[in-house]
Design a binder for this molecule. Structure first.
Ligand SMILES: NC(=O)c1ccc[n+]([C@@H]2O[C@H](COP(=O)([O-])OP(=O)(O)OC[C@H]3O[C@@H](n4cnc5c(N)ncnc54)[C@H](O)[C@@H]3O)[C@@H](O)[C@H]2O)c1
Length: 279
């Protein structure tokens, strides 16, 4: 007689307290809802205050109010980071998992374009790096510090940093070549500010390895969000799998990392890129 098939208990995130930054965006909302569906208690924190009421209504229709908290957060602001951790602990008693998902992918400021091709590297104004660095790098460090202070008091916790393929490889600029008009390039700001994520992950992981705090990173890539045909055609030629990632395909990897199934992992980078960085 065969045992009934069941999911291994270590993969459960039920009752875990998970704080997701940038939770109103594409990936943040997808994983927050997936964690709620699996019984986790989730704090959805984001800069976009105008989305709070509609999201509150949307989630209240599906989940118990006692299971989630929607909270304002600006990771560039010290007090805001402190407050979201305090609110998490006040609501749910602990902070088990922080997902550092908030980031900006600033498009080039057209006012600086002039007659030159603005996003070619040699023409890129270095001062435009600052905004991305403030959010993607300094903001992530600041948010992590506040989480670590709480996790040290608990003697447990897990920080999951959301990296990018551009944290580990350069952009293939032909992805942005649509063969007409001014040539597009992926500018340096996003690449520069996300490249720190893997080594920051290793820094935090080794710093706290004996304190019960783990730190890992996930590398998502190219989540489909109604991209146009020209982009999809370029993408299909460059990606080993020939297609973009669906939102649903992120749920398993994020759940695995957030669960105890990853308990011996720290300082690791889990790559979910359809093979993009494999060639
Ligand atoms: N979408 C992709 O294809 C993709 C691929 C690789 C990596 N990523 C990474 O995934 C993460 C989420 O990306 P996304 O596509 O969902 O982006 P998104 O723009 O849809 O969501 C990002 C969210 O972060 C919030 N945010 C921005 N600045 C903030 C701040 N200072 N404080 C708090 N919140 C702030 C925004 O309001 C937004 O809701 C990012 O770290 C991004 O680098 C995305």
């Amino acid at each position: 007689m065969h045992a009934q098939p069941s999911i291994h208990p270590s993969l459960s995130v039920a009752n875990k307290v998970i704080l997701v930054t940038g939770a109103f965006g594409l990936i943040g909302k997808t994983i927050s809802e997936a964690f709620l569906q699996q019984g986790a208690r989730v704090v959805l924190a984001d800069l976009k205050q105008d989305r709070m009421t509609s999201l509150q209504e949307e989630l209240s229709a599906q989940f118990s109010q006692s299971q989630f908290l929607i909270h304002a957060l600006d990771i560039t602001d010290e007090t805001s980071c402190e407050q979201v951790v305090a609110a998490t602990v006040a609501a749910f008693g602990s902070l088990d998992v922080l997902i550092n998902n908030a980031a900006i992918d600033a498009k080039f400021d057209k006012e600086h374009a002039g007659s030159i091709n603005p996003s070619r590297f040699e023409n890129y104004p270095p001062e435009l790096l600052q905004q991305s660095v403030d959010v993607n790098l300094t903001g992530t460090v600041r948010m992590t510090q506040h989480a670590c202070r709480q996790m040290l008091t608990q003697k447990s916790g897990h920080i999951i940093n959301v990296a990018s393929t551009y944290s580990v490889v350069a952009p293939n600029q032909s992805l942005y070549d649509f063969g007409e008009g001014i040539k597009q390039f992926k500018p340096i700001d996003y690449i520069a500010s996300k490249s720190f994520v893997p080594n920051f992950t290793r820094y935090v992981a080794t710093f706290y390895a004996k304190d019960g705090i783990r730190c890992n990173a996930i590398v998502p890539h190219a989540i489909y969000n109604n991209h146009d045909e020209a982009f999809l055609a370029n993408f299909a030629k460059l990606s080993p799998m020939g297609r973009m990632c669906t939102r649903e395909e992120l749920i398993g990897p994020f759940t695995f990392l957030a669960s105890d199934a990853s308990s011996y992992m720290t300082g690791s980078i889990l790559t979910v890129d359809g093979g993009w960085t494999a060639w």
